[in-house]
Design a protein around this ligand. Structure first.
Ligand code: JCF
Length: 670
């Protein structure tokens, strides 16, 4: 018997509502209704589906693995409550904190530990006899959720403690978080797969850690830092917080490297200023610093007020997200003609910096955000990345706000704008006829990683292009001192220096030269592979699509782009002119396929090598089919550490990536 229409309608409404709350809870980490109300909705849905099994669809929220967080995660009672921190929003409030501490302790000065405050999720890890037996969320501080399977996938969380002198029961408390780079990579992946994009690293970490399917968690770049202890049974602990952290480090638990012991409020504020200055270059988002009274006997004396200890405070940084008005959406034309929409904003201070522009990436992103001119938007500026719009405050939208329309013609050269199937970017079809594309391609040619023409910056390229002295990259090498001296703000000395830099750039490598040409989809790595595969421009130019695709990592799209580039007579002429101007390179070692012993392996180089330069090591690795990248991730196969290695070395240790010294590298290359 078919279900009555009313039941079907209720079912549809329930599914929609539950989907909405799943999103708020899992993705935004910002539930709208209490768990009990959510449970009632879910139970009603399950009841209807039990009575009418024919109405169950695979998309029903009841069919998703663990649609119900309460039935999915077991409850965990924290033997020792998980505390929160009270906040200080200024130096004055920090001094007030210090004064209250000193008064209660009746001392003149207090020793503190100071540490970065990570913007992640608090978790408690329980080790029994050195083995990780349970991971739990903070929850309300007394009761959290059992996320043992998930924390076990976080590579920076040890599954067993090191050494032997650890207590029989040890609860480690800390923060699970995602690095800025990990977050960016995850979102890139999510976007490419048409899946949910996270608004910030914290939401991404929350969404990843609370996955009911821990296989998904395992694929998320989560990390862990410890900041303290919960229950401890069977061992005396040291008298200082800093000594406990040292001991935890010794047991293999990760503690923030920045953590320091400081004296008095002056020491705290110096630490704050120092971390604040480094904030944008840290690999993680931090929203402040935490000061803790270092002596445990003093901590005990101070005690708690409600859930927060009197012996600690979080000194917060200015927020990295702010609200402002979107004044307009402009577009910019890049080197390859890609048209990027840019948000022009009512200037707003975000994390201490005035922001008036933010990237909107592409048309799809605008659609995803549903952002329109005049909207109130939330802008985010974190790390050294370009500010972004993370969301629109829908409630503040003005009536009649119009959708953004990608221009049909290039705003610079008026050529047609097209968006090819499967591509995110719309492009100007004007090629080098387009002033914007021409200028950007000259800037790229001159840039450090390309021909490295010192002193030829963006401003000067614009000036040269305006003056009509250059029409393409090859014209750079026809410039003489008089041409340059006639330019505004160009002294004799600068002119001579620029000519010398141009001359110097003529001595290059084939890989650099190919990269400099700005062939679409040919980045540094591909240029390097092409150079060592073909060995000369002539051979590359002569290669057909099939021959190109024999090169590792060259797929149909890259091959097509290379063909299209050489098909243009203009491009072939420019190359001829450049060679005539004297650009030359040593003949690269052409790869013999049988020597590709490191095919597909990913390497990262750090520190100084003694018997070869980093570039030589890179070329030797690439010649054997390996890839050399700039940052360490779970995908990295080897990190080569020379003398004085940097943070990449530490990262490799944290992630458990294999580390080679120079001798090890030589062995591999043999
Ligand atoms: O990094 C943090 N978010 C953080 C949170 C650091 C700490 O030292 C904390 C904390 C929450 C509570 N300490 C306590 C006691």
């Amino acid at each position: 018997m078919a279900a009555p229409k009313k039941v079907q309608q209720r079912l549809a409404a329930l599914r929609k509502e539950i989907d909405h709350h799943n999103y708020r809870y899992y993705v935004l980490d910002d539930p709208e209704i209490p768990d009990a109300a959510y449970d009632r909705l879910l139970r009603e849905l399950q009841e209807i589906e039990t009575n009418h099994p024919e109405l169950i669809t695979p998309e029903s929220p009841s069919q998703r693995v663990g649609a119900s967080p309460v039935t999915a995660f077991q409850e965990v009672r924290h033997a020792v409550p998980m505390l929160s921190l009270s906040n200080a929003f200024s130096n004055e409030e920090t001094s007030d904190f210090d004064r209250r501490v000193r008064e209660r302790l009746q001392v003149d000065s207090v020793e503190y530990t100071a540490e970065p405050k990570f913007d992640g999720l608090a978790v408690s890890l329980r080790y029994e006899n050195g083995k990780l037996v349970q991971g739990a969320t903070r929850g309300d501080g007394t009761r959290g959720e059992d996320i043992t399977q998930n924390v076990r996938t976080v590579s920076t969380i040890p599954l067993h403690l090191l050494g032997t002198n650890y207590p029989a029961v040890l609860e480690v408390r800390g923060e699970v978080l995602m690095s800025i780079a990990g977050f960016a990579a995850l979102n890139e992946r999510q976007r490419a797969n048409n899946e949910k994009v996270f608004a910030n690293p914290r939401n991404a970490a929350a969404g990843s850690l609370r996955q009911l399917d821990s296989r998904i968690t395992a694929n998320r770049p989560l990390e862990f830092f410890c900041y303290g202890l919960g229950e401890v049974v069977g061992r005396e602990l040291p008298a200082l917080h800093s000594e406990i952290l040292e001991l935890l480090r010794h047991w293999g638990v990760r503690v923030a490297a920045e953590t320091k012991v400081v004296n008095g409020v002056e020491g705290c504020l110096t630490f704050y200023r120092d971390i604040m200055q480094r904030r944008d270059s840290l690999p993680y988002e931090i929203d402040g610093v935490v000061y803790k009274v270092n002596r445990l006997d003093q901590q005990e004396k101070l005690g708690f007020v409600s859930r927060a200890p009197r012996w600690a405070v979080a000194h917060k940084f200015p927020a990295q997200e702010e609200m402002t008005t979107l004044l307009a959406i402009d577009v910019q034309v890049g080197r390859t003609g890609a048209i990027t929409p840019v948000a022009r904003l009512e200037p707003v201070v975000v994390g201490g910096v005035t922001v008036s522009n933010a990237t909107l990436h592409n048309e799809d992103e605008i659609e995803r955000l549903d952002v329109r001119k005049g909207d109130t938007v939330i802008v985010r500026r974190a790390g050294d990345v370009i500010p972004e719009i993370v969301s629109v405050v829908a409630a503040k939208r003005k009536k009649g706000a119009r959708h953004f329309r990608m221009p049909t013609h290039c705003p610079v050269c008026n050529s047609e704008v097209v968006r090819l199937e499967g591509e995110a970017a719309a492009r100007c079809t004007g090629g080098l006829f387009c002033d914007a594309q021409r200028r950007e391609s000259i800037k790229h040619f001159a840039s450090r990683r390309a021909m490295d023409i010192e002193g030829l910056g963006d401003k000067l390229v614009d000036q040269l292009d305006d003056s009509g002295l250059i029409n393409d990259i090859a014209d750079l090498y026809t410039l003489n001192k008089q041409d340059l001296a006639d330019l505004e703000r160009m002294g004799d000395k600068s002119a001579v220096n620029l000519l010398a830099a141009l001359d110097k750039s003529k001595n290059t490598t084939l890989a650099r030269f190919l990269f400099s040409l700005g062939i679409r989809l040919v980045g540094e790595a591909t240029a390097q592979t092409l150079a060592s595969h073909f060995g000369s421009v002539e051979d590359l130019q002569a290669a057909d699509l099939e021959a190109l695709q024999l090169v590792p990592d060259v797929g149909p799209a890259v091959a097509e782009s290379i063909r299209a580039f050489f098909h243009e007579k203009h491009n072939r002429d420019v190359i001829k002119k450049l060679r005539k101007a004297g650009i030359h390179w040593p003949k690269p070692e052409v790869v013999n396929k049988s020597k590709q012993t490191l095919q597909g392996k990913i390497f990262v180089l750090t520190g100084t090598l003694e018997k070869m330069t980093r570039d030589e090591a890179k070329q030797a690795l690439q010649a054997r089919g390996a890839k050399v990248t700039g940052s360490v991730s779970k995908k990295t196969d080897y990190v080569v550490g020379g003398k004085d290695p940097g943070s990449k070395y530490d990262k490799a240790q944290q992630l458990g990536v294999r580390i080679l010294d120079e001798a090890g590298l030589r062995k591999l290359l043999k």
